[in-house]
Ligand binder design. Structure first.
Ligand code: FES
Length: 328
């Protein structure tokens, strides 16, 4: 049977029941993937016409509010259909794997955020904005986003300690420099789109700053000259961190504007008060030429998605990992 692949306008022939990702790969269609297991969201595409059979989770679809999205690695072709693949010129292929690493540094960034630096035994390629699963012991594992770049030789993560959190409690009280950690990945579809030349909206809630730093550093390393607005949302002034890094990035990228927005505990003379979503609403008119990178807690990501859509940013140009985990 035939599958029409858009926007390439190519027809491929597949056997009934064929796995969609394998069929696309066999036809040499440029397609991002990583985990092959329905976890990373990298192989997400859209069914424009026809029915397919799905074996994966619907986490990604819930965020989109659109049930035409599927994960190609978890999808089987059962009748002729039309598939839209995302951005064939922005393909990212870093097959997920497991790398051993050791803790190189563990230090306080704020009263409840730690900076964890790991030294991997072997390099692992990833795209700016992606994340990995860290396994400290068989019982202690969580996903965290990298704050740096693939070529750094070290992985940097920002960990918010959750009161009574089992894994973050382990990180705060038991993990020490020299300990072994298993790193699996990379995962995630909210990576930097390097070919986009228009304005970029970056929204970071709390430790969501880590993947946004990676995206900003990646954009600068690529020589991208896009105007960038970063909205960094925090609960109170004592939660602000990373300002020296952001100031350095502003010096390196003159078209970067950083807006720090505090929900409570500050005053209007020293801080911009309110919600990041209100700040974006106030600052910008039509944003249809923009792309958005949203990183933080699921409620913040959902609220920011609504604002971005209302301002005209296409759903396909909003990049967020629904399951980005901040705590526990
Ligand atoms: Fe399909 Fe990871 S490659 S979800």
């Amino acid at each position: 049977m035939e599958v029409l692949v858009q926007p390439l306008n190519r027809v491929i022939r597949v056997q009934p029941g064929a796995n969609l990702l394998q069929a696309l790969q066999a036809a040499q269609i440029p397609m991002s993937y990583s985990c092959m297991a329905g976890r990373c969201g990298t192989c997400r595409c859209r069914v424009l016409d026809g029915e397919v059979m799905e074996g994966g989770s619907d986490q990604q679809r819930l965020l989109e509010g659109d049930d035409s999205f599927v994960l190609a690695c978890q999808t089987y072709v059962t009748e002729p259909c039309t598939i839209e693949i995302p951005e064939p010129d922005e393909v990212v292929v870093h097959p997920a794997r497991i790398v051993k690493a050791t803790v190189a540094a563990l230090e306080d960034l704020t009263h409840d955020i730690k900076r964890l630096v790991l030294r991997p035994a072997k390099p692992m390629e990833f795209s700016p904005g992606q994340y990995v699963q860290l396994q400290f012991t068989p019982e202690h594992a969580r996903p965290y986003s990298m704050a740096g770049l693939s070529g750094d030789g070290l992985f940097e993560f920002h960990v918010r300690l959750v009161p009574d959190g089992r894994v973050t409690g382990y990180i705060a009280h038991e993990l020490k420099v020299g300990d072994a950690v298993k790193v699996s990945g990379p995962l995630g579809s909210a990576y930097l789109r390097r070919r986009h030349e228009g304005p970029m909206l970056c929204v970071a809630g709390g430790t969501g700053l880590a993947p946004i730093l990676s995206i900003l550093r990646g954009a600068i390393a690529q020589g991208m000259a896009n105007p960038i607005h970063l909205y960094f949302g925090l609960r109170s002034p004592r939660d602000i961190y990373g300002m020296p890094w952001l100031e350095q990035l502003e010096r390196d990228h003159p078209r970067l504007n950083v807006h720090v927005v505090v929900t409570s505990g500050g005053n209007a003379a020293t801080h911009r008060m309110g919600l990041v979503t209100d700040a974006i609403e106030q600052d910008h008119g039509d944003m249809s030429a923009w792309r958005a990178y949203l990183c933080g807690s699921p409620p913040m990501v959902e609220a920011a998605t609504v604002v971005a859509r209302r301002k005209g940013i296409a759903a396909a140009h909003i990049y967020a990992d629904a399951f980005y985990t901040q705590g526990t």
